[in-house]
Design a binder for this molecule. Sequence first.
Ligand code: UT7
Length: 312
Amino acid sequence: MGAGILGVGHYAPEHVVTNKDLEKIVDTTDEWIASRTGIEERRIAKEDEDSSDMAFYAAENALKDANIDAKDIDLILVATVTPDTPFPSVSCMLQDRLGAEHAAAMDVSAACTGFVYGLVTAQQFIEAKTYKHVLVVGVDKLSKITDWSDRNTCVLLGDGAGAAVVGEVSEGKGILSSELGSNGSRGSDLFQDKKNHLVMNGREVFKFAVRQMPESSVKVVEKIGLNKEDVDYLIPHQANIRIMEAARERLGIAEDKMAETIRKYGNNSSASIPIALSESVKQGKIKDNDLIVLVGFGGGLTWGAAAIRWGK
Ligand code: UT7
């Protein structure tokens, strides 16, 4: 038996902010944002809608999709850099709200790579047979740490949540290999400052990402003795369409074999990969036995990838 994904779900706040809306608050243009990043609009949560709320809606959807009761969840891992409060954790808030009375709970902090870190952590507990079901959520309300006067960052970010239930799957399916990495010496390239604003050296992060995403994607596939040609579907962190394209081209896979949600959601950090995964599943883009690669990078700096043979 292996560890794999039994169900997925996501949630995006209702309020849409378009590039044209941003033209009114910073010196930017729809044309600049769309051509440099691929983003056309993003979702922004209401003032009173926090990370735990979005996590809850996404988690409910994933449990339903997996057909699993909250009481059967053994562990909740919430990847986030924008928790409602430093403690209690979002995962504890979620445990209470879901009525997951048998679950342990903790948050995972690995910025945009957080969901991949959570997924691989869940895999260890399942494969060790410590737990049967782990709920992994990626959620971020970046709007609350966005400097809305900084055009270098505010045009990129959005809010949302995605979730997956991880559990036992049949031999040969599920998470087959992974790679997690970090380089703390580059923390100053992407961080939260004393005013609680996200600050980024965009050019440096871009250079790092166009190298790291393809490299990690190829590595996880080679680890299982396969080639990049064997990848059926790619789910990259949605930070910039140009970075995503670099990974896709390096793997040599067709445009429609890569999940793309950046156009309507922007970069919503930990939520980006699980939202893209959930949407792709719901749109029927991932089929039983497909080899899919999830790959992300983010503040830390951190990075991570996982190769998954889809199905139960
Ligand atoms: O998940 C978190 C990880 N974050 C990322 O992955 C972001 C990685 N970096 C990027 O995606 C890109 O570097 C950006 C989208 C942030 C910037 O794109 P770029 O093509 O690297 O632009 P640039 O930083 O080289 O800036 C080009 C010009 C500059 O003007 P000058 O100095 O050439 O006169 C910027 O001031 O574009 C200017 N600029 C803007 N202009 C209009 C920067 N932001 C904006 C803006 N609207 N919003």
